[in-house]
Design a protein around this ligand. Structure first.
Ligand code: PLP
Ligand code: COI
Length: 343
């Protein structure tokens, strides 16, 4: 590995720490070129690039973990490759083939091995693949040239409370994505759309906004940068919606819940049903499982309370431990989710 980077691993937040290398690849004349390694984290791009004007930008997020055995494990990268292809189809960008995506992921982690946080620190290496329209265009049209990149950065918990339950808020005055809009794509514009309401929620002491379906304002969509789940009657329930990101963590938790003997339901969740859950949480790569202490409906003046003692519910905790154990290699990876690298 060489010398490990000198960082205070257990106090990392979800921020940006520069690392040694990143990977780049260009789409020109209808084809992807070779993967290139760069040691600069700067880009020089044309002013008229479509990513700057018309939002031709997509990204992904996944994590690498160091196990007790010193090996590096990357969680379900082929799922991120598939989702990035789905996003590309949605905003007319070229699809990055899964093989090339996986090669880029492996190379960037290998090159930055010294930044993979040590086993036991609770931190991980976050991988951020992204794609931008590079071609110059002033008319609203897709570019003819694109750039794919992957950089990495070591991270700690996304919500500073980590696995401690936090309060979230419903605010009907703000939507993140339209029902048949870009919600299922991982495009920067969805996050721009969530910045103001996210800021408002934070200023009122909430960790995230729980968005409702934009059409009826009756059903739960998702929790800021994470999917929502509720638990009741030994059942894991998560929203079905055409405007939420298909979360790989959520997909994994549905399987873990089933393995634990829970029933799993993916269906619309009416706001009023929030009153019936015994536990609720947000889930995602960055968020892992972030238990929800309380959901305040700021329009109706109602509150749904899931935890008052600062502790997560029992089922959320078991699912969290199971997911982490698979990711760090502490428990068998019975579903073949983890790619293990000997570097
Ligand atoms: N929902 C949104 C809006 C997100 O940004 C993310 C993060 O990627 C998720 C859900 C969780 O998805 P995943 O579990 O694939 O990281
Ligand atoms: C992730 O969980 O990977 C995300 O992308 C969430 C957020 C940092 C945008």
């Amino acid at each position: 590995m060489g010398n490990r980077a000198e960082l205070d691993w257990s106090s990392l937040t979800f921020g940006y720490v520069p690392t040694d290398y990143n990977i780049r690849c260009y789409w020109r004349n209808g084809a992807w070129g070779e993967l290139e390694v760069s040691s600069s984290d700067m880009l020089t791009i044309p002013m008229a690039a479509t990513c700057l004007h018309y939002g031709q930008e997509s990204f992904e997020g996944l994590k690498a973990f160091e196990g007790k055995d010193g090996k590096v494990r990357i969680f379900r990268p082929e799922e991120n490759a598939a989702r990035m292809q789905h996003t590309s189809r949605g905003i007319m960008m070229p699809e990055m083939p899964t093989d090339l995506f996986l090669e880029a992921i492996e190379r960037v982690v290998r090159l930055n091995r010294r930044f993979v946080p040590p086993y036991g620190s609770g931190a991980s290496l976050y991988l951020r693949p992204l794609m931008i329209g590079l071609g110059q265009q002033v008319g609203v049209k897709p570019a003819t040239e694109y750039m794919f990149m992957v950089f990495v950065t070591p991270v700690g918990p996304y919500f500073k409370e980590g696995f401690r339950p936090t309060p979230m808020a419903i605010m009907r005055g703000y939507d993140r994505a339209a029902p048949l809009g870009t919600g299922t794509y991982k495009v920067g514009g969805n996050y721009a759309a969530s910045l103001y309401s996210g800021h408002l929620a934070h200023s009122k002491g909430y960790s995230a906004v729980i968005y409702l379906d934009a059409k009826h304002k009756e059903f739960i969509d998702e929790c800021g940068p994470a999917n929502f789940f509720g638990i009741k009657d030994n059942t894991y329930i998560t929203p079905e919606s055409t405007s939420i990101l298909p979360s790989i963590t959520n997909k994994s938790l549905m399987q873990i819940a089933q393995d634990m003997g829970l029933k799993v339901e993916r269906r619309p969740i009416h706001v009023e049903e929030l009153a019936t859950f015994s536990e609720a949480g947000a889930c995602g790569t960055a968020a892992v499982i972030s238990p929800i202490a309380r959901i305040d409906d700021l329009d109706e003046g109602t509150s749904y309370v899931y935890s008052t003692d600062g502790k997560a519910g029992e089922i959320s905790e078991r699912m969290y431990n199971k997911l982490r154990a698979i990711q760090y290699g502490d428990e068998p990876d019975t579903h073949g989710w983890v790619r293990v690298y000997d570097f």
